[in-house]
Ligand binder design. Structure first.
Ligand SMILES: *Cc1c(COP(=O)(O)O)cnc(C)c1O
Length: 393
């Protein structure tokens, strides 16, 4: 079975570039140039150096002893939470900022929902001294004040999107409009494995450092680079794609992706795309998304802002359809309990997103020697308010 992209930019039935005519030259420039640029020795040297000295990679692969005893397997955590800025998103923005420079771009735009991708983008723009404009829904700007402050402090301009529901999809529309109007000097940094080809492929390559390191670290820990299970949470799907990337062809490694079921898969308040979604076009690619019978995108819900997305990247849609990856649904409550459990048992407070992957452990049965890797995509500092309210701390 082929899980990779074909030369038309599709993963099986999914992917492609469904974009307005006016955006075509920008996307085409990226598509025709990015592979050559990221193969340059000087690109690789700079990427590796920033990953090491700025991001703090390699991120550790930590054997969680007490969790392992509880579940009766060897549970390893891939510690993306220890990266600079607290999550995996920086892996992608570092890759794209170097690429933008090599393309001769002077100005960076991005869209953000909860603000995490906006912060990761503002960070690398400050690092490189490039102009940064982040589009964000007006409602999200109010809800995510600390991230707005972070972006501003690092010199980014945060522009409110005031149309529609004033959230992520409206910010995305504004960013697209900006890119159409500034094709020469501007690069658009998309934050997950979504968007028109080549974005999903490009982002998954930058994030694939997660599984590349994990394989080496597993050899050191266990002598075998193939674990029994690999788990990750899925919003758009970038930490999961990075975590799965080098395991896709290891057919005996079971890959599990946890989606946000919110208040319950059938509650009308969830983001469980693979359980509820149908095929369609979202953000420029053919994928599966949550939509009404007449094709309106359904407003997603999750307690974790990072999983609150109505679709999944096209490669995930393919991996779901061909059943290479098992997609499971985790409710808010299950994720919150898993957060508390990790805090109490290992002294690590995870991002609520990452806790969706941890919560799946509770539902599995293991053999004693099973090796399990969970991607801890981010740290929980940003979620403290939510923890305080939920647990009455
Ligand atoms: C943004 C985010 C996610 C979800 O994004 P993916 O593209 O699905 O990885 C997951 N975890 C954390 C900590 C995040 O910040």
């Amino acid at each position: 079975m082929n899980y990779r992209i074909d030369d038309r930019g599709y993963y099986g039935d999914f992917g492609g570039a469904y974009i307005p005519e006016m955006l075509y030259p920008n996307v085409e420039e990226l598509r025709t140039k990015y592979l050559d640029i990221i193969a340059l020795p000087e690109f690789k040297a700079e990427f590796d150096s920033l990953m090491k000295d700025y991001v703090g990679r390699p991120s550790p692969l930590f054997l969680a002893q007490r969790l392992s005893e509880k579940y009766g397997a060897q549970i390893y955590l891939k510690r993306e939470d220890l990266n600079h800025t607290g999550a995996h998103k920086i892996n992608n923005t570092i890759g794209q900022i170097i690429l933008a420079e090599k393309l001769g771009k002077k100005r960076i735009i991005a869209e953000t929902g909860a603000g995490q991708h906006g912060v990761a983008t503002a960070t690398v723009c400050a690092l490189k001294g490039l102009e940064c404009v982040v589009y964000m829904g007006e409602v999200d700007i109010e809800r995510q004040a600390p991230n707005v402050a972070r972006m501003k402090m690092m010199g980014a301009k945060v522009v409110p999107a005031t149309s529609g529901s004033k959230t992520l999809k409206d910010a995305t529309n504004e960013a697209m409009r900006d890119w159409i109007n500034n094709p020469e000097d501007t690069h658009y940094i998309i934050g997950s494995v979504v968007g028109p080809h080549p974005y999903p492929e490009m982002v998954s390559k930058f994030q694939s450092i997660i599984s590349e390191e994990t394989k080496k670290q597993l050899i050191e820990h266990t002598g075998n680079d193939q674990p029994n299970y690999v788990l990750a949470c899925v919003g758009g799907g970038s930490n999961a794609m990075g975590m799965f990337y080098h395991f896709l062809d290891d057919e005996n490694v079971k890959l599990i992706a946890a989606e946000a079921a919110g208040l319950g898969v059938n509650s009308g308040h969830s983001a469980a795309t693979s359980a509820l979604g149908k095929e369609g076009v979202l953000h420029g690619s053919r994928t599966i998304l949550m939509q009404t019978n007449d094709g309106q995108v359904v407003e997603p819900y999750s307690i974790s802002a990072g999983l609150d997305y109505p679709g999944i990247g096209p490669q995930h849609a393919h991996l779901h359809k061909v059943k290479r990856v098992e997609y499971v649904s985790i409710t808010d409550d299950e994720a919150m309990q898993a957060s508390l459990l990790l805090a109490k048992m290992e002294g690590i407070i995870p991002a609520i997103e990452s806790a969706h992957a941890l919560a799946q452990l509770e539902k599995m049965t293991f053999k004693k020697d099973d090796v399990v890797v969970v991607c801890l995509s981010g740290r929980g500092d940003k979620d403290l308010d939510t923890f305080m309210k939920y647990f009455n701390l």
